[in-house]
Ligand binder design. Sequence first.
Ligand code: AMP
Ligand code: GLY
Length: 426
Amino acid sequence: MIRNALILGNGGRESALAYKLNSERVLVHAYPQNPTLAKYCISANLNKENFFESVLNYIREEEISIVVIGPENYLADGIVDFLESNKVKVFGPTKSAARIETDKSYAKRLMKENNVPTADYDIAQSKEECIEKSKKYSFPLVLKVSGLAAGKGAFVVKDRKEMESALKEIYDTEQFSKANSRVVIEEFMKGEEVSLFVITDGENMLALPPAQDFKRVYDNDEGPNTGGMGSYAPCRLLSPALEEKTLETIIRPVLSAMKREGNPFKGLLYAGLMIEEENVRVVEFNARFGDPETQSIMCTVNSSLYDIFMEVAEGNLTTEKIETNSLSAVTVVIASEGYPGEYKKSIEISVDDNTLDRNTLIFHAGTKNDNNKIFSTGGRMLNVTSFDMGLEKTIDRVYSNINKIKIEGSFYRKDIGKKGLKYEIK
Ligand code: AMP
Ligand code: GLY
């Protein structure tokens, strides 16, 4: 049987998935495009207007064997439900199961009812209720809009003044008008964060190597939260013993509860975890691969993801272990100056891949090809990923390569991965 796949989504994450599937000799199709996807994939010509029908027609014409969904908005729109009802194999959860990401109040209820460790919380439905309910928490506390907010809907506030300005942003600006009907008020959790990605058919689980995401815009984790400024994998903060504990006390109870409620989760369950000594608590769940963790993780996995995605799409995950290559991978995001605030658009990007060493890859994220010139289309423009033996060497490699890339009006963090050195096994 022909091994072919259609990837929907065109960020750095999808670029890395395309790179991985291509290396497994899968014929990959992708929509929309970016320069990396153009390198590894056939461009799927789809119609934005009648999108779902257009995807289905393309799948039939090209005899696509599996569809892999990248971003959450396709999930929230119910593309998996639509394709599955038309007998298409899909790697990704239904709209209802994706609520674990798209509706934070649903995720919190699920955790509370099933004794899954997470921050104490309350839900408010107005600014006044938010102020009232927040009184039982001491500062710092966390406010999160319940709906989708492109990674920008969580506010860690350290005093009353910061809380007032967060409430203003949540309730008085256009930005969160669709996501703020419910706001989660949460206890602040201390510790260090790690991302654990679990592939599941709703019951069986396969963990990918844990990764760490650098969410803050500046070095030493300063400045506002972003979509992610870099990552590395594997992240030894989550030891094999803690990973096992997480799978048994967090992931399994959540999957079992969802199945029991008639809402099984199939695809990639992303657990954002807070680790404080041996204590693991959930910060959030996502219903998809994380970005930029995926870019690092893909360089460490030997198993065929195509085969595993197929097992999941068929509801029968039998692979028992992800084979890895024992290498480390580090990804640094090159962003446009000003990001995550107002940033410069349409920056011309000229990178000669031949100047980079063979253990370094470029994954395009927010860029496009316009008449053979590449321009930025988003704040996070490029990802540079290196792989090597051990984290320390890999950090050196990624920065020695990134130094060769000159893009006017861009910046990147200089400390990606360094936090992980203290956990490395010597
Ligand atoms: P979220 O949108 O839930 O992923 O939150 C974004 C980021 O805010 C997380 O990655 C954490 O860095 C921080 N955060 C969210 N919730 C909490 C919490 N309860 N305690 C501490 N930090 C948090
Ligand atoms: N790395 C954060 C996210 O993908 O949501």
